[in-house]
Design a protein around this ligand. Structure first.
Ligand SMILES: NC(=O)c1ccc[n+]([C@@H]2O[C@H](COP(=O)([O-])OP(=O)(O)OC[C@H]3O[C@@H](n4cnc5c(N)ncnc54)[C@H](O)[C@@H]3O)[C@@H](O)[C@H]2O)c1
Length: 391
């Protein structure tokens, strides 16, 4: 069982770009990062509006002098301080990730960036090179991959409990945008504007989450795909509010991905089903403490978090914060990931490359493949759903 004894001599001095007052995801980052005392929030450029950034920073207990009017000033000014930030999280709309991430890495900071990490895979590859050259950790916030049962699923596939994988169905299909809510909501409006959102809406915004679950649970690599996408709300065109993707994986397995914001009546419906030759597993983010395990010819089993029949220690650091039966959720998953980011950053800062390598977290490869998924889906969908190579 995890408890909060694991500490560094000094917590990592951490800042944020974006995630200010009224943002959707800012609190999730702050809550997760500071939960275990491994990060301390000391500075930020939280908002496009400088005054609101100051007010907000002050309200959450920061020195107003360290609440900056832009990310450039944040990086410059903090670099001049002995106690300046060592890491930054980027929680701004998609169009800004590349330039902010690049500037942060060049300033020598470890980075956690929101997804999709860039607009193009070329940009994402460039960030990978800079992170490598600067020896910095670059994490990507695929926040659902901190759930212990997701790691149990990965271990079951790895150990061959399902046999060879044949089929994977992925979906993230909510109903929250079944009408044109974005008309009077700026937080939604940018998501359907290509200049801010990028080449896709639902594929990048939510499809990448389900896709990454497949990648991390199965290790399968997409060989080629075919996509169709629609804008049921016409004003969202050319961006899609619904998409279906068919995939062929290397080695013969096949898969489908449904990403939608118009699945009326649905909450998240983020589900992944992995079908092997002997058995299948299914995980649903609305019931994240359970994993459905179906062996052909036997009664269905529902595996629960923190039970002795699970594989030991598969979720690694900072999992099972409380005993089985208590509901752990989204915030714990994020905190588990931030715990891993912190351990990796700390290991790198202490020149401990061996430890750094052993800590699993969603990194730049996950970021690159998420962006590639968007690119390839657009290429296919905008060419009559033709099959396109993934690489
Ligand atoms: N990982 C997840 O589960 C998840 C969930 C929701 C959103 N996201 C991602 O998080 C990012 C932000 O989404 P959101 O819904 O919070 O957006 P939002 O529009 O609600 O908030 C964006 C915030 O960034 C600030 N901002 C914008 N440009 C800035 C700049 N140049 N410098 C400083 N601050 C700036 C805004 O003032 C605002 O506070 C997006 O990339 C989105 O895809 C990820």
């Amino acid at each position: 069982m995890f408890n909060e004894e694991q500490r560094f001599e000094h917590p990592i001095r951490w800042g944020m770009v974006g995630g200010g007052r009224g943002s959707q995801i800012g609190y999730s980052h702050r809550n997760a990062a500071v939960r275990d005392g491994l990060f301390t929030l000391v500075a930020g450029a939280f908002d496009l509006d400088a005054q609101r950034c100051q007010d907000f920073g002050k309200q959450i207990g920061l020195d107003p002098a360290r609440c900056y009017s832009s990310y450039q000033t944040l990086f410059e000014q903090e670099a001049n301080r002995e106690d300046g930030i060592q890491a930054v999280s980027i929680a701004t709309p998609n169009s800004t990730h590349y330039e902010i991430c690049k500037a942060a890495l060049q300033a020598g900071l470890h980075v956690v960036c929101e997804k999709p990490i860039t607009f193009t895979s070329k940009e994402a590859e460039e960030l990978k090179s800079i992170a490598k050259a600067k020896d910095r950790v670059l994490g990507v916030m695929y926040g659902y991959t901190g759930f212990p049962m997701v790691h149990q699923a990965r271990e079951m596939v790895e150990r061959g409990d399902l046999g060879d994988i044949r089929v994977v169905t992925m979906q993230f299909a909510h109903g929250f945008h079944n009408i044109e809510h974005e008309k009077d909501n700026p937080g939604l409006k940018w998501r359907v504007s290509p200049e801010v959102s990028g080449p896709t809406y639902v594929i990048g915004d939510i499809g990448t989450h389900a896709f990454y679950l497949c990648e991390m649970m199965t290790g399968l690599k997409v060989d080629r795909l075919s996509c169709m996408r629609q804008s049921f709300i016409p004003s969202r065109a050319p961006l899609e509010d619904n998409a279906h993707v068919m995939m062929e994986f290397e080695g013969g397995a096949v898969g489908t991905l449904w990403a939608s914001a118009v699945n009326a009546g649905s909450m998240h419906q983020q589900k992944i089903r992995i079908v092997g030759e002997k058995a299948s597993i299914e995980w649903w983010d609305e019931h994240p403490n359970q994993l459905r395990y179906e062996i052909q010819g036997e009664p269905v089993r529902i595996l629960d978090r923190d039970m002795d029949y699970l594989y030991k220690d598969v979720a690694g650091v900072a999992s099972n914060r409380i005993g089985g039966g208590h509901a752990e959720g989204y915030f714990e998953s994020w905190a588990n990931l931030y715990h891993r980011f912190a351990l990796a950053m700390n290991a790198v800062d202490h020149g401990d490359k061996q430890t750094a390598k052993t800590i699993w977290y969603p990194g730049i490869e996950a970021g690159i493949n998420g962006v590639r998924l968007c690119e390839k889906c657009v290429e296919s969908a905008d060419n009559h759903s033709t099959w396109v190579d993934f690489s």
